[in-house]
Each structure stands twice: as C-alpha cells, then as structure tokens.
Design a protein around this ligand. Structure first.
Ligand SMILES: Cc1ncc(COP(=O)(O)O)c(C=O)c1O
Length: 418
C-alpha cells in the first residue's frame, strides 16, 4: 500500500476547495465512486441529466412524434448543434459548423474536397502535408486520398514527446502544397500547436489548412474564425461527452463553402432533399457536407455538455485544465521520476492541451494492472501512459490518488529507479 504524502493530500484538498468548477464534478455519473478516471480525453463520462434526456427522447420525441420528428426538429439538429459547438467551443460564427458522420468520414470528405479544389485551381499543388505522429486515421486517409487523386504525401518528422514545430511546417510547405492537416492538440504528447501562426504559414504558401480538433474541442479555447482556419473536424465523445461513437463535427469557413465539392454525394446534402431529383445538386452552405440521414440519437448527449460549457465558459475550463495538468506533472516529478518515469509531454502549459503522457518501459503492463485496481488511464506506444484530465469531471484529489496508484503499481511490477 502506498504511503500517502500528507502534504500532497493537503495540497489536492486545497486546490479542490479553491476550484471554481468543483461543484460540476457531481453532475457526472460515477463521480461518487472511488474509481479514478483518466480517460475523459478518449471517452468522456456522461452527465446525470443525459439519462433523462435520452429517456424522454425515446418516450416523447421518437415514440410520440415518430416520423414527424424530422420536420419538427431533427432535420435542423446537425446545424443547430453545429452552431452551438461553433459558439461555445471553437470560435465559429453560425453557418459554418455541422454535426455529421464519424470523425474519420468527415476528415475524408473535407481533406478530399480541399485537395481537389486546390489541385484543380493549380495543378502544381499535389501535396498533402501531415506529420508522422498525427493520429493514425488522419495519416491513413491522407495516404488513401493521395493515391486516389494522383497526389503525394509530404511527411513532417516530429519528436513524439512534443509536436510539429513552426520551422518544420515552414520547411514542408510551398507552391506544391495543396492542403496541410495538423492536430491542434497531439493525441500522444498533448502538444498544443499555435494554430494561428501555423495557419498563417500554410496560407503564405497558398495552401489550405485543416485542423483536427479532437483533443481540443471542449478543453482548449479555439478561435476558428479569428485564427483563419479553412477547415476543421473534431470528435464529440471526448471532452464533449457525447457518448461512445457520437458523431463528429465539421467546420468549413464561409469563404470556401461554395467552392468545395465533397465526395460522398448523398441525398441529405442536396439543395432540395425531398425533391428526390434525377441528379445530385449540392445545397448551398453547410448542408452540402452532409451525406445520408444524420445520426440523431448520437447527437443528444453532447447537448448537455455544450450547455455546461456555455454556462462556465471555455476559458474557465482551460484554466482548470492547466491547473490539473500542472498538478499531475508536479506529482510525476516528485513520486514517479524516482521510479524512472519521464514526462513525455510539453512542460510549458502554454504548449500543452488537456492530457499528460508519462513514459516508462513498464507502462503497458502497468495499464492492465491499473484497470484492475479501478484507475483508468490509457496506453500509447512507446511506453506512454496517457493521463487525461477532463476539467469538468476530474478533481485534484482524484488526480493525486490515481498517480499515487501508478507509483504503487510500478513498484509492484519491480520498477525501482531510472
Ligand atoms: C486526434 C484524433 N483524430 C481522429 C480520431 C478518429 O475518430 P473516429 O474514430 O471517431 O473516426 C481520433 C479518435 O480518437 C482522434 O483522437
């Protein structure tokens, strides 16, 4: 059994007492248990009110309104929730954000649309720029799109404990670049890119930039309009607590909407959905980025977290996120470094999103034991334990208890020093 450090315990208690968001933790299912949840950056906890929302949807909206629900509410839901995400989480004016398919499918549609538009306007623009440590789905899609459209991938090498540097991006773009795809917060290290500067670099080279916002939306402030984003896609099941497999959102800046043709031409993206005409005529605006029937039931839960973020403000969420990750790094330095653990995330909070990765050769084995002991982080190669700290549902005491358990498990597995 780990000896609890009374100083740290006092510190965690003091930080929780001073936390302006402390009361929100109780709004989440499971917060009353002693389980430590370090994976809200993968699948966020549900809010208690969501149970009522889901149940009344079945009995009243779906069960009561039946097919009339489409006309009365559901047809508009992808746009309404999209605009809410735009307003409360990603700094987008209305009419530029929708909730649609999975992240992977939306990324495919937008990267391909951007590549085609750029390549058609200037056939010399054949490259899609992406880093070697971007999330697998982004990399695989880009390789597929390049092969499908006669393009090429320009890879950026990165330090896996950090992220794409400004210099590396500058060196990768040029008159041959069609589109740049980057993650705002890196899924492995948590590296937070300076999105405005990077967008400027892409634009100076005549390229478009698409941001993967999966690890930022609901955790880190984003200013899609002010920072000159062209396109963005993000998950809703992480910090927006939309539930397993909830659909992703896509942002397309107004200035690009008319000129982008997405490749999955379905009836829901047409100008007159129920005309059922002989050929595909894309709608104006964001509707053209839809394909088939929107997954309405998957869009229900995220609305509760969006309402919560609207209430507290994304900056308050970010302030707590920084405090939590700083606290985690301090505990790692004090209690885990003596066991040989290193911090595989940026140490400067200005360059770090909502999670911290801790590296040790035994982390894969440690993850399995931690799950058995009700501490739930996740594991990412090489040797990385990801500590996701979801600001609305995670407390400082929970963070401390979980990290001390990591030390205990590493010791049990035989770790005894660097
Ligand atoms: C950064 C990033 N991009 C893309 C994805 C893929 O999303 P999906 O499985 O919803 O298509 C994920 C999933 O975790 C992710 O973390």
């Amino acid at each position: 059994m780990t000896e609890l450090d009374p100083t740290l315990e006092r510190e965690a208690a003091a930080l929780d007492a001073a936390d302006p968001l402390r009361t929100y933790r109780d709004a989440f299912v499971g917060a009353e248990t002693s389980l430590v949840y370090f994976d809200g950056n993968s699948l966020g906890r549900p809010l208690r009110v969501t149970a009522e929302r889901l149940s009344s949807f079945v009995t009243e909206e779906w069960g009561g309104r039946l097919i009339r629900g489409w006309d009365e509410a559901w047809m508009q839901l992808p746009f309404e929730i999209g605009d809410t995400i735009g307003r409360v989480a990603i700094g987008a004016q209305p009419g530029q954000t929708i909730v649609g398919d999975s992240t992977t499918v939306l990324l495919y549609k937008l990267i391909r649309a951007a590549f085609d538009a750029q390549h058609t306007a200037d056939p010399a623009r054949v490259e899609i720029v992406v880093d070697r440590d971007n999330f697998p789905t982004d990399r695989y899609l880009i390789e597929g799109i390049a092969a499908e459209r006669g393009g090429a991938v320009r890879w950026i090498d990165v330090d896996r404990a950090s992220g794409v540097t400004e210099e590396a991006l500058r060196a990768a773009v040029g008159p041959q670049t069609a589109v740049v795809v980057l993650s705002h917060v890196a899924y492995r290290s948590g590296y937070l890119a300076d999105a405005k500067t990077y967008a400027d670099i892409a634009h100076d080279a005549g390229a478009l930039i698409l941001w993967d916002l999966c690890h930022s939306a609901g955790s880190v402030p984003v200013e899609a309009d002010a920072w000159g984003f062209d396109l963005a896609v993000g998950c809703t099941y992480k910090y927006l607590n939309g539930g397993p497999g909830s659909p992703a959102f896509a942002y397309v800046a107004h200035r690009h909407q008319a000129s982008l043709a997405q490749p999955i031409q379905g009836w829901m993206g047409t100008a007159d959905v129920f005309a059922m005409g002989p050929e595909y005529v894309p709608a104006d605006g964001m509707r053209r980025f839809l394909s088939g029937t929107p997954p309405i039931t998957g869009m229900l839960a995220m609305q509760d977290t969006l309402a919560l973020i609207d209430e507290v403000g994304i900056q308050a969420v970010r302030d707590k996120s920084i405090a939590l990750t700083e606290f985690a790094v301090a505990i790692a330095d004090r209690d885990l470094a003596p066991l040989g653990v290193t911090v595989a995330s940026p140490r400067n909070p200005a360059h770090r999103g909502g999670h911290v990765t801790l590296a040790h050769p035994l982390m894969r084995e440690a993850t399995a034991v931690l799950w058995e002991r009700d501490v739930i982080p996740d594991y990412r190669d090489p040797h990385g334990l990801r500590i996701g700290l979801s600001p609305l549902s995670t407390s400082f005491a929970e963070t401390e208890a979980g990290l001390l358990k990591v030390a205990e498990v590493l010791r049990d597995l035989g770790a005894d020093g660097p």
